[in-house]
Design a protein around this ligand. Structure first.
Ligand code: ADP
Ligand code: MG
Length: 250
């Protein structure tokens, strides 16, 4: 619990820093764009106009980058965006959506993905965020299996919680790596990695009042265990599964 708290706080601090920088950067961009507009209105020769057009396009790109930072930094509060959803279905859909990333791998590096999610498991959550978590776990598993392997995914209900387990037969990780995987920007993938997948996922899972745990063995593989509270039983479900009322005495 403590570790999770520290993680959430760190990410929030990072988010605040990023959104502060983004805000100031945006102000500067607005001024630059305004000036470009003024100059364009007055420019007469072709070369100057072309340059100003390019400058305008590039500041637009910069504005889009800032927007991405702001989206990332927005640490949502509360759960007003949560909806009742079937975790089994969400996981199956996400696996399907990520298929292009592993389907074409064949021969020695072929990937075999199995998903066991036979029953609906209802939780309250933000589907976009949860799909992001599943995608991050799948992509990490794929990255850990450059010479092929298996990914096994299970979704089920256990007592009063929903469980999502993602297991791979990849490289696994050392204790030192395992300790740091949820740190923002920690990556062992050099330029290929951002080190944000798991820290963002951790943050999302916390926001859903869930837990994310990992077991890993170098050379054998890695398993991520996610736990979420179940959605309260809905009224329609209660009506459908409740025993019939005793007949009224006539
Ligand atoms: P990135 O994928 O950009 O490196 P992540 O936050 O998604 O960032 O992961 C952080 C690190 O955790 C990875 O660089 C890798 O070392 C380790 N890791 C995550 N998932 C796995 C996995 N399934 N198998 C082995 N190592 C993993
Ligand atoms: Mg990743």
């Amino acid at each position: 619990y403590h570790l999770q708290m520290r993680q959430t706080e760190r990410l929030r601090a990072l988010g605040e820093l990023a959104s502060g920088v983004a805000h100031n950067f945006n102000n500067a961009l607005t001024i630059i764009q305004g000036r470009i507009g003024l100059l364009k209105a007055r420019a007469t020769d072709e070369t100057t106009l072309r340059s100003l057009d390019i400058m305008h396009k590039v500041t637009q790109d910069a504005a889009n980058i800032v927007k991405r930072i702001q989206d990332f930094a927005r640490v949502r509060e509360g759960d007003s965006d949560f909806e009742r959803l079937d975790l089994s279905q969400l996981v199956q859909e996400t696996i399907e959506a990520t298929q292009p990333r592993w389907m074409h791998r064949s021969g020695k590096s072929s990937i075999h993905v199995t998903c066991q999610a036979p029953l609906p498991v209802f939780i309250l959550g933000n589907p976009t965020e949860l799909r992001e978590v599943v995608t991050n776990l799948l992509f990490n598993a794929l990255d850990a299996m450059p010479t092929g392997g298996e990914i096994i995914i299970n979704v089920y209900q256990q007592g009063d919680v929903a469980k999502l387990v993602v297991r791979d037969t990849g490289t696994g990780m050392s204790e030192e790596v395992k300790k740091r995987i949820f740190d923002p920007f920690f990556t062992t993938k050099g330029k290929q990695g951002t080190g944000l997948g798991l820290s963002v996922s951790h943050n999302i899972v916390s926001r859903h009042r869930g837990r994310i745990e990992v077991e890993s063995e170098p050379g054998r593989g890695t398993t991520f265990f996610l736990t979420f509270p179940l959605a309260p039983v809905s009224l329609t479900q209660t009506l459908m599964t409740a025993p019939p009322l005793p007949a009224l005495p006539s």
